[in-house]
Ligand binder design. Structure first.
Ligand code: FDA
Length: 529
C-alpha cells in the first residue's frame, strides 16, 4: 500500500472513531455532571455550534496557528464550575482524548489550543475572579483572568500596591504563572512565581488540592515548571508588593549614526548592576534612516524606576552617562500608568486592562520567538554582525530585545523554583520575527531567518546547556515524541528550560500523573514504571 493511501486510511479511521467517541464523550460529560445546578451543556461547543469558531479564535494570540489546516479541537469546554473541569478530565481519560488547557492563549507555539491527536480544549475564560485583600497585601486570582484584570483590581484598591508581572495585559494568569513570569518589578521583587503563596489545583483524578494537601514538591513544580504538565491550576494566592505612589519611565532611541552600537555595548556592562529599583531593557530593529533611502538600526533604551525624576537623573549620570539622559526624556506616573505606558496603550483609559480581545502583537500577528541568556558581554564586532542580519529581507519585522537581569534575581537560588536562570546572567535576549497572517504561507522563510540568527548567536550566549525561557516556548529546542514522552528525549529541551531542576520536575510528574495524561509537545514526562 502506498504511504499516501495509508495516511488517508489512518486519518479516516481516526475521524470516524473520534466522531463515534465524541457522542459517548458528550454523554459522559452530562451524566458525570447531572447532579449539579449549573448544566455543563451550556459551556460545551462542538463544531456544529455557531459559536465554536469565535470561541476557538477568541484568545489565539499567534495567528501562525489559526489556519484552516491547523488541527482543531473536537470540543471546547468553557467551565463555569469546578465540576465541569472534573467531568472534562474524567471523560477525556475514559475516551482517550487529550486535554489542552487554555487560560490566555498566548503560548508562542499554540500548545494551549493545537494538538495533533484527538483533543478537547478546556478554556478557563469563565474562571477569572480577582479577589484583592489590600489590608493583608494578598490576592487570590483565578487562572483564566488576564494580567490586566488583576492589575485593574489592584489599582482600584491602592496606588502603592502592585504585583511583579508583565506589561502585556492580555497574557493569561494560568500560563504566565506556570512558567515563571517576569516584568517591570522583577529586579526588585523577583518573578511572579517568587511571590505565589498558595494555589488551588485539580489533578488527573479530579481531586482539588491546595498547597497543604498537594505538598511542597508539587507546589514547587507548578510555580515555573511550565503549564500543561501536572494538572489544571484553578487559582493562585499571591503576595502583593509595595511601590511608591510615583514611578518614572523613559524611552530613549538612538540610531547607528547616533552611536547606538557603542551604547548597546556599554549597556551590557552597566544594566545588570543598576539598583534593583530599576528595570532596564534595550530593543533593536531596523528602520529607515532620515537620510534618503538609507536604513539604520534603532536601539531603544527603556527603563522603569521606583522613584522620582530627581533621583533618577543623577543615578543615570553616574552609572550610564553615555546615554545622556535628561529630565525631558522622563515621565513620572503611577505604577498602573506605567503598565499602560510599556504596553503601548498609554492614551487609553484604565478600562482597556479589562479588554481580553485587545490584540497586542509581538511585531506581527503571526510570529516566531526564541530566547537566550547572556553571561559575558557580546563584543562590538558581533553586535555589528547582528545588525547586518537585521538588514536581511526577511527581517523587516524583526526585533531583538535585551532585558537586564541582576538585582533580586541574583539572590534567589536556582533550585528555589523550577525557573533556574538566576545569578550570573547579565541579561536575557528575546528574538522575534513577525509577519502578517496572509504571509503564513511564507512562514518558513521568516522562521529560517530567525533560526540562522540563533545559530550565529551560539558562541555569545549560555552554554551546556544553552538556556531558554519556558514562557518563550520554542519547539525548535526539542519536542516530545507524539504521545510517547521519553525522559531521554525530553531531557534535551528540559535541561535548557530548567537546568538541573528538570529531574525534580520528572519526579513530581511521576507521582502526580504517572500515566502521563496531561501532555503536550514539551510537557514533563513521568519515569516509566
Ligand atoms: P496559554 O493559555 O496559551 O497557556 C500557556 C501554557 O500553559 C499552555 O501549555 C497551557 O496548556 C498551559 N496552561 C494554561 N493555563 C493553565 C492552567 N490553568 N493550569 C495548567 N496549565 C495551564 N512572559 C513574561 O514572562 N513576561 C512578559 O512580559 C511577557 N509578555 C508577553 C507578551 C505577549 C504579547 C505574549 C504573546 C507573551 C508574553 N509573555 C511574557 C509570555 C507568556 O508569559 C507566555 O506565553 C504564557 O505562557 C502565556 O500564558 P497564557 O495563559 O496567556 O497562555
Amino acid at each position: 500500500m502506498s504511504p499516501f493511501l495509508l495516511l488517508v486510511l489512518v486519518s479516516l479511521s481516526w475521524a470516524i472513531s473520534a466522531n463515534a467517541h465524541e457522542n459517548d464523550f458528550l454523554h459522559c460529560l452530562s451524566s458525570f455532571h447531572s447532579k449539579d445546578t449549573s448544566p455543563i451543556s451550556k459551556v460545551i461547543y462542538t463544531p456544529n455550534n455557531s459559536s465554536y469558531s469565535s470561541v476557538l479564535e477568541s484568545s489565539i494570540q499567534n495567528l501562525r496557528f489559526s489556519e484552516p489546516t491547523t488541527p482543531k479541537p473536537l470540543i471546547i469546554i468553557t467551565p463555569k464550575h469546578t465540576s465541569h473541569i472534573q467531568a472534562s478530565i474524567h471523560c477525556s481519560r475514559k475516551y482517550g482524548f487529550q486535554i489542552r488547557i487554555r487560560s490566555g492563549g498566548h503560548d508562542f507555539e499554540g500548545l494551549s489550543y493545537v494538538s495533533h491527536v484527538p483533543f478537547i480544549i478546556v478554556d478557563l475564560v469563565n474562571f477569572r475572579s480577582v479577589d484583592i485583600d489590600d489590608k493583608n497585601k494578598v490576592a487570590w486570582i483565578q487562572s483564566g483572568a488576564i494580567l490586566g484584570e488583576f492589575y485593574y483590581g489592584i489599582a482600584q484598591k491602592s496606588r502603592t500596591l502592585a504585583f511583579p508581572a508583565g506589561v502585556c495585559h492580555t497574557v493569561g494568569i494560568g500560563g504566565y504563572f506556570s512558567g515563571g513570569g517576569y516584568g517591570l518589578l522583577f529586579r526588585k521583587y523577583g518573578l511572579a512565581v517568587d511571590n505565589i503563596i498558595d494555589a488551588l489545583f485539580i489533578d488527573v483524578n479530579g481531586r482539588i488540592l491546595d498547597r497543604e494537601s498537594m505538598g511542597e514538591d508539587l507546589f514547587w513544580a507548578i510555580r515555573g515548571g511550565g503549564g500543561g504538565s501536572f494538572g489544571i491550576v484553578l487559582a493562585w494566592k499571591v503576595k502583593l508588593v509595595s511601590v511608591p505612589a510615583t514611578v518614572t519611565v523613559f524611552r530613549i532611541s538612538r540610531t547607528l549614526e547616533q552611536n547606538a552600537t557603542k551604547l548597546v555595548h556599554r549597556w551590557q556592562y552597566v544594566a545588570h548592576k543598576l539598583p534593583d529599583d530599576m528595570f532596564s531593557a534595550v530593543t533593536m530593529r531596523r528602520v529607515n534612516s532620515s537620510q534618503d533611502g538609507k536604513r539604520t538600526i534603532l536601539a531603544s533604551f527603556s527603563s522603569f524606576f521606583l522613584g522620582g525624576i530627581d533621583e533618577l537623573i543623577p543615578l543615570m549620570q553616574e552609572r550610564f552617562p553615555e546615554l545622556g539622559l535628561v529630565k525631558e526624556d522622563c515621565t513620572e506616573m503611577s505604577w498602573i500608568e506605567s503598565i499602560l505606558y510599556f504596553g503601548q496603550i498609554q492614551n487609553k483609559s484604565l478600562d482597556i486592562l479589562l479588554d481580553r480581545s485587545y490584540k497586542t502583537t509581538l511585531n506581527g500577528p503571526s510570529f516566531k520567538t526564541k530566547s537566550d541568556y547572556v553571561k559575558k558581554p557580546i563584543p562590538e564586532t558581533a553586535l555589528e554582525e547582528i545588525w547586518s542580519k537585521l538588514y536581511e529581507e526577511d527581517a523587516e519585522s524583526a526585533v531583538i530585545g535585551f532585558i537586564a537581569y541582576g538585582g533580586k534575581m541574583d539572590e534567589i537560588t536556582e533550585s528555589a523554583t523550577p525557573f533556574p536562570h538566576r545569578a550570573g546572567n547579565l541579561y536575557k535576549i528575546v528574538y522575534t520575527v513577525g509577519w502578517q497572517q496572509e504571509d503564513n504561507i511564507k512562514s518558513r522563510r521568516y522562521i529560517t531567518w530567525i533560526r540562522k540568527l540563533y545559530s550565529f548567536m551560539n558562541s555569545f550566549v549560555s552554554k551546556s546547556p544553552r538556556q531558554a525561557y519556558i514562557n518563550y516556548r520554542d519547539n525548535d529546542i526539542g519536542v516530545n515524541n507524539k504521545g510517547n514522552t521519553s525522559y531521554v528525549q525530553a531531557r534535551i529541551w528540559g535541561r535548557k528550560y530548567f537546568k538541573n531542576n528538570f529531574d525534580k520536575l520528572v519526579q513530581v510528574k511521576t507521582i502526580i500523573d504517572p500515566e502521563n495524561f496531561f501532555k503536550h509537545e514539551q510537557s514533563i514526562p513521568p519515569l516509566l514504571s
